[in-house]
Design a protein around this ligand. Structure first.
Ligand SMILES: [Zn+2]
Length: 513
């Protein structure tokens, strides 16, 4: 390995000096080199006499492949030959990621259905994986590292193959071999699901908000009875016999479904449940049972009633849908980027019932969406789920990147805040926040040292959380953010690591021995 590393250096494709190379080969730090030229220790792997590692040169990371015979020709990149040795510098492209999946299967996303605690670690920039992995690997939890909704892809100008490729190479960089998931988040259409599946993503979060009907929730009992009569005779018989005026026991909870409520559920959900079945069969036909289907009903206006959750859970089970996790809408507010807003006691009481239903009807994980920064409810969530849960975070890693910029480049951060204020009206149409941009201080009036503190205050925090689309669309700002984070990689990685670790710790996840 030492010899091959030296040859890689001599090839001129990576500029690491002799002293640091010697230190690295003899044990040394996690990573060698400073500034432009780096080799990542945990990425160094050999396979069939060929050396693979992640290195950075001129601010850009690449996969280096070094061999005394010939480097595998299926990677695309720039090659050099010195003294009978071949060196290939391969870009972090989706095509090269696929080659890496074949050579090192731990770099490919997998189903996490059998893992008890899973944490969704969305990453809008494709740079957060290292920090996320370093946080997760100290605990008994499995990460879903690639996790994006179509909305996020549109706002960040990325696509699923790129999202998976970015994670693939950083997982390789970190030498993280314990398995990670990839989630096509909040998908509503089979055509979008196909794009995620084609990119190798094993987890699909099916958002039912458009196929279910919200209106019957507001109808009078008379109207519900009337509309229910329009359904087929078999369906009516099944719904009435199974649910009307029935009492169900689930763990410590008792749930009674009144006759009209049973009918209301049928009117609201049956079409969405049939669609879930079709989606489940569709995914199964492509992936066998190596997939995780999450059902999401969280993007609705009212909290999910226990009666409705039970109806949905039982109907999914009757249809044989393989549900790995389900996201109800909980009582209170799960706003982006800030702690829970609402009555903690009421949250815990209702959350316990949802957990009982999940355990008794289908035994799936309860999934908590917009889970970033909900520190005050984590202990209750950990307790009632017994850590069998899925927690989704995304924007919070982006905010740690923003924090890194605030510390490393105050000038750039000031322009980002100004741009965020200008982008707010557009962004606020897409996200549930209560931020008031008028309450965000003018960053020009703040000292450099005061800037990072903005991210500890609700209004600027939410503002920066949701306006990433506007910030990243500005090409010079986008380039500035990426180069600042590349030049301050340690700061960025450790800010992400610290913050994700705090989420996991407060949930009560057991630390690994
Ligand atoms: Zn959601």
């Amino acid at each position: 390995m030492e010899k091959l590393l030296r040859i890689a250096r001599d090839s001129g494709l990576i500029g690491v000096d002799q002293t640091s190379l010697d230190a690295f080969a003899s044990s040394g730090p996690q990573r060698i080199g400073t500034g432009d030229a780096r080799i990542y220790r945990h990425s160094v792997h050999t396979r069939d006499g060929v050396l693979y590692f992640v290195g950075a040169a001129q601010g850009e990371k690449s996969l280096f492949i070094v061999s005394e015979s010939r480097v595998p020709s299926d990677f695309v990149g720039t090659s050099a030959r010195t003294g009978g040795v071949s060196v290939l510098k391969a870009s972090f492209s989706p095509e090269n990621a696929q080659r890496l999946h074949e050579l090192f299967p731990f770099t490919a996303p997998v189903s996490l259905r059998d893992r008890t605690t899973t944490i969704g670690c969305g990453d809008r920039l494709g740079l957060a994986t290292a920090g996320q992995v370093r946080a997760v690997k100290r605990y008994d939890v499995a990460p879903v590292l690639a996790q994006q909704s179509i909305r996020e892809l549109n706002l960040t100008g990325r696509d699923y193959p790129t999202v998976v490729a970015d994670v693939t190479f950083l997982v390789f960089q970190e030498g993280y071999e314990e398995g990670y998931g990839a989630d096509g988040d909040h998908l509503k259409k089979i055509s979008d699901i196909d794009v995620a599946l084609a990119a190798g993503m094993p987890m699909i979060t099916l958002d039912l908000s458009e196929v279910m009907s919200a209106e019957p929730a507001l109808w009078s009992d008379g109207r519900v009875e009337e509309e229910f009569q329009e359904l087929g005779a078999d369906v009516r018989k099944h719904v009435v016999e199974t649910y009307a005026d029935k009492t169900f026991r689930a763990g410590g909870s008792t749930i009674h479904i009144a006759r009209t409520e049973a009918m209301r559920c049928a009117l609201m959900y049956l079409r969405a449940l049939d669609f879930s079945k079709a989606v489940d069969l569709h995914i199964r036909a492509r992936r066998g049972d190596r997939y995780d289907l999450e059902i999401s009903i969280d993007e609705t206006t009212a909290p999910t009633l226990p009666q409705h959750h039970l109806f949905i859970a039982n109907e999914l089970a009757l249809r044989g849908v393989m549900v790995s996790s389900l996201a109800p809408r909980f009582v209170g507010e799960f706003q982006k980027g800030i702690d829970y807003v609402g009555d903690l006691g009421e949250f815990e009481k209702q959350f316990a019932v949802h957990c009982d239903i999940a355990k008794s009807f289908g035994n799936y994980k309860i999934s908590i969406h917009s889970g970033s920064d909900k520190f005050s409810v984590y202990p209750a969530i950990g307790r009632h789920t017994g850590m069998r849960l899925h927690l989704k975070t995304a924007g919070t890693s982006w905010l740690q990147a923003v924090l890194a910029v605030a510390r490393a480049d105050p000038g750039l951060f000031r322009t980002m805040v100004a741009k965020a204020v200008a982008s707010f009206p557009e962004a606020a149409k897409l996200y549930q926040v209560s931020a008031d941009p008028a309450l965000v201080p003018d960053p020009a009036t703040l000292s450099d040292a005061e800037l990072p503190l903005l991210l500890e205050r609700r209004d600027p925090r939410q503002l920066l959380h949701i306006t990433y689309g506007g910030l990243l669309k500005d090409q010079s700002m986008r380039a500035g953010i990426f180069s600042t984070l590349a030049n301050n990689e340690d700061l960025h990685d450790s800010l992400v690591e610290e913050h994700i670790e705090k989420h996991i710790r407060l949930l009560g996840a057991p630390r690994k021995p």
